[in-house]
Design a protein around this ligand. Structure first.
Ligand code: SDX
Length: 460
């Protein structure tokens, strides 16, 4: 630590982390806003205070260890920013979510998923020519190499589709070796378009494999969502009718899942990409991180939880009490969020669509009724109010997927399809950052101090 004595009486002049002149140093897009003062063992230090475009403040600790010898410790990075980003802004207290400055509510109403993907990846809403060219490029890259189709013959019928998705996406780097150079903009763009175009095909194939039906080829005359639905549900022996209500609902669901700043899977994509691993490898890692039931796997876990409640007579109060007791066998899936301490704006949009779709289909889903009752009971309960636990993006999405006939194991796969443009945008932003470094956090060691080696004959 610092050399000063423990009981220094005078406040020494603070050692200041030297923020390079002209702006806020390595953190592009922020502005300096004075300093934070830190005292360790009587020594005073000043660290630059940075502000982003939405007045979020951060203490720049990039020189902390150099000037103080200490590091920070923050399990799960609850209070730690890993980077700056111009892609998505969210305000958890106010329930605000914007992609590149546009409110999620506006994008969900005015755009389809391909247009929002363009916005996230290229940083602006496309002109009609740009959007047409993007749509055309994606629709002409939807097929996977015929040898990749044989992969599906090797997976067990009951393989979880997230395992298949992550494996096949990682394997894209074996078939498309002509576009792996992360420093070649043209190769990166080819990989981006291949991934965006092929993910729905790879996803649908894993479903078809699981039900023993033939893999259905993509069609270039269909939209992104229409194509996915026909690859999922069409069979060679009859015409498949694409329900426009389903394609609209799927567009909305993919849009609201498209990005969410530095969540677990996006941070994983950035972490893996920071080693200059290719895009396919980085996205495959993101798929694995998303699979966890605390993250993207929560939509599957939430529906399984609601099914359990319906089967148990719909006694939601019993499960709310279980959740409050922190019973290790039960957690209220689809509830709570690291950042949102208000209603997740995505959950609001999904719930409205859910309501409308079930009404249009004249469907009564006891699961939707139970979910609404559960929300009502939980939001009136002090435990949830005190902890600011609200329904999150995963609470109602599964009800819509079920209404569309999508099996529960495919729910995290739909989440991955939606999140892909966000992962890509963050991976690309990381590569273009002047501050780019390989991610390598530090630690505080708490194990044994130096020990003498004992030969095995002396060990007891
Ligand atoms: C996603 O980060 C993102 O942006 C993620 C995401 C995205 O778009 O990428 O939004 C997608 O992952 C949404 C979240 C999906 N996960 C779930 O629905 C699983 C259930 N939710 C929780 O496990 C939890 O809320 C997390 C994991 C989402 C957040 O956990 P945190 O931030 O680590 O919060 P915490 O676990 O410390 O909870 C704070 C308190 C604790 O109680 P105390 O220790 O203070 O007494 O709230 C309690 C928790 O026990 N709590 C819950 C709860 N979630 C939190 N209690 C009951 N049921 C819950 N669901």
């Amino acid at each position: 630590m610092s050399a000063t004595t423990k009981n220094a009486t005078t406040t020494p002049s603070p050692a200041t982390a030297r923020a390079p002149s002209g702006g806020a140093g390595p953190f592009a897009g922020t502005r300096a806003d004075g300093c934070a003062q830190l005292q360790i063992n009587g020594q005073l230090y000043e660290l630059p205070l940075l502000v982003g475009s939405e007045n979020e403040h951060a203490i720049d600790i990039s020189k902390l260890r150099a000037i103080t010898g200490a590091i920070t410790l923050d399990e799960g990075y609850v209070n730690t920013g890993s980077t700056t980003s111009a892609i998505t802004f969210l305000d958890g207290e106010k329930g605000i979510l914007r992609y590149r400055g546009y409110p999620i509510e506006v994008l969900a109403e005015k755009c389809d998923f391909v247009e929002v993907s363009y916005l996230l990846i290229y940083g602006k809403l496309p002109t009609s020519d740009e959007l047409d060219a993007f749509r055309k490029s994606l629709s002409h890259h939807t097929m996977i190499h015929e040898d990749m189709r044989s992969f599906y013959g090797g997976f067990p019928r009951d393989a979880h589709p997230m395992a298949t998705l992550g494996s096949v996406v990682g394997a894209l780097s074996t078939f498309y070796q002509d576009s792996l150079d992360v420093h070649d903009p043209r190769q990166v763009e080819v990989s981006v378009h291949r991934l965006m175009a092929k993910l729905p095909t790879i996803a649908a194939y894993s479903y078809k494999k699981s039900i023993g039906q033939p893999l259905i080829y993509p069609r270039n005359d269909l939209s992104y969502c229409e194509n996915f639905l026909q690859m999922m549900f069409a069979v060679p022996c009859e015409e498949y009718h694409i329900d426009p209500d389903f394609t609209d609902a799927l567009d909305m669901l993919l849009i609201v899942h498209a990005d969410h700043e530095q969540n677990c899977s996006t941070s994983t994509v950035r972490m893996v990409g920071s080693s200059d691993a290719n895009l396919f490898a980085s996205i495959s890692a993101g798929i694995s991180a998303l699979w966890g039931p605390l993250h993207g796997g929560a939509n599957q876990a939430c529906v399984e939880m609601l099914e359990r409640m319906v089967a148990d007579g719909g006694n939601v109060k019993k499960y709310v009490e279980l959740a409050k007791k922190k019973d290790p066998s039960f957690r209220l899936m689809g509830f709570g969020h690291r950042v949102y301490k208000n209603y997740d704006p995505r959950a609001r949009l999904i719930k409205t669509t859910c309501d409308q779709l079930l009404a249009k289909l004249s469907l009564r889903d006891p699961m939707f009724d139970i979910a609404q009752q559960l929300e009502e009971v939980a939001l009136a309960d002090e435990y949830f109010i005190e902890r600011k636990l609200y329904p999150n993006v995963d609470f109602y999405s599964g009800v819509i997927y079920r209404a569309m006939g999508i099996p529960v194991q495919m729910f995290p796969v739909l989440f991955a399809m939606g999140r892909l443009p966000g992962w890509i945008a963050h991976w690309d932003e990381m590569h273009h950052s002047p501050a780019k470094k390989i991610c390598r956090p530090r630690q505080i060691y708490t194990g044994e101090t130096l020990r003498a080696f004992e030969p095995i004959i002396k060990r007891s």
